[in-house]
Design a binder for this molecule. Sequence first.
Ligand code: SF4
Ligand code: SF4
Length: 119
Amino acid sequence: MMLADSRLAGMRGALFWLKVSIAAFVVLGSVVSHRFFCKYLCPLGAFYGFFNKISFYRMSCEGRCNDCGTCKKVCKMGVNPSLAPNSPECIRCGDCIEACPCKALKAGWEFGAREAAEE
Ligand code: SF4
Ligand code: SF4
């Protein structure tokens, strides 16, 4: 018992520095990248992202898109909504919809036939 206690006590300092390192990594990542934890580390976000493909709330890009690239530039999640409007990375913030000069991007509830959806 004493041996186990002394081993744990010995690890305490290492565990502390491991936790500090992880926290520093996440904080620094968040400084250099928008939504760093959400984009690269969050397992729940990755799981929820799969539901974008089958979600009833869908985004679409209509034919009036002129490929200007504005939507891709404003997307903080690194998505190109003109090509993949229902990407698993999309968090449905709507920034691209507001920024599109052609009003080509739409979002809304869609019930019914899935074959009409893109991708
Ligand atoms: S901002 Fe609008 S027009 Fe420009 S690429 Fe995106 S969807 Fe197309
Ligand atoms: S809704 Fe937001 S996250 Fe999704 S593609 Fe548009 S800007 Fe990116």
